[in-house]
Write a protein that binds this ligand. Sequence first.
Ligand SMILES: Cc1cc2nc3c(=O)[nH]c(=O)nc-3n(C[C@H](O)[C@H](O)[C@H](O)COP(=O)(O)O)c2cc1C
Length: 341
Amino acid sequence: MFSFEKLDYPLIQAPMAGGPNTAEMVSTVVNSGAVGSYGFAYAKADTIKRDLNAANRLVEANNSGAINANFFVFNEVEMPAAGQIDNAVSCLCELTGDTDIDIPQSPYYPDLNQQLEPVWACRPDILSFHFGIPDTAILEKARALDIAVGITATSVTEARQIEQAGASFIVAQGIEAGGHRGIFNAEASDDLLPAFSLLKSLSDITSLPLVAAGGIMTSTQIREALALGASAVQLGTVFLTTSESGASPAHKDYLLNKTERHTEITHGFSGRPARGISNRFIKAMTDKAVLPFPIQNSLTGKMRTRAVSRNDGEFQSLWAGQNFAGCRDETIAELLARLFD
Ligand SMILES: Cc1cc2nc3c(=O)[nH]c(=O)nc-3n(C[C@H](O)[C@H](O)[C@H](O)COP(=O)(O)O)c2cc1C
């Protein structure tokens, strides 16, 4: 069974859906003695199987690291009224000048049980979840197969629910974090806690291992998190500009060269709050109505794909944590050497 004590480095390379987590990234981290993660979010079972097998092929025998497969927990959502959809569609066409947009006919989200089929077969060491707690049957199956389960919390209330559900550890995600905020109910009021405040509050109420996530980019911050009682840290943004990362060229370019920009939290890309580098799309979407998650995500899909193929950083999601200026053009080996100096 996985335990943080077995790792050479108390580090989880964050699951990052949408391309950054290549098999090279995951296996390099695992071979170094830390946790390498895949963010599977919307991925289909075939892709999940392919990716887990690809990492397994590259992982050396007797490594002291671990593989983590991460999934979103989607809530059922109703299609909004036709008028609301029309508004969102015309807003997007006006903003981008594109008319080729997929108008969502029904909410698309994958079936978690189907996504998990290859996981039960490939048996990664860890299974982690974002946006909520999966069904009890899933947690029981993971326990029966000796797979540790981590779940993201952004508040004390969520952490209590995670402990009650029987998870193995909690990822304490602060407001600084890049990408989607793991808050269970995106419509509910948000405590907006920074990572270290959340970590301190959670260490008072739970004995589960805690993983600090959000804005951690340096060895000093890692030491601070561990001194506050974290069993490990989870870092996403700092891995995006490594040679092994599959982030788009524009994403890497903005992280490394547009450090005068700031990050902000937007609902514009997916309908859920997520932090990224401010660009034309995020700014234009301020105060605009968006469709509920994940319908807004389907609506903006073609725009994002087009922007990636045109290498246009202004209309793709450039997910990044608040401290992205700490990103470097480096290999994972170089990154680990400076994080654990
Ligand atoms: C590009 C990107 C994609 C992300 N995708 C996921 C994801 O699929 N699942 C998840 O649990 N967290 C995801 N996150 C959040 C990370 O797990 C973590 O909370 C965050 O990266 C920590 O903050 P940092 O980016 O400042 O290091 C993502 C973060 C980034 C930057």
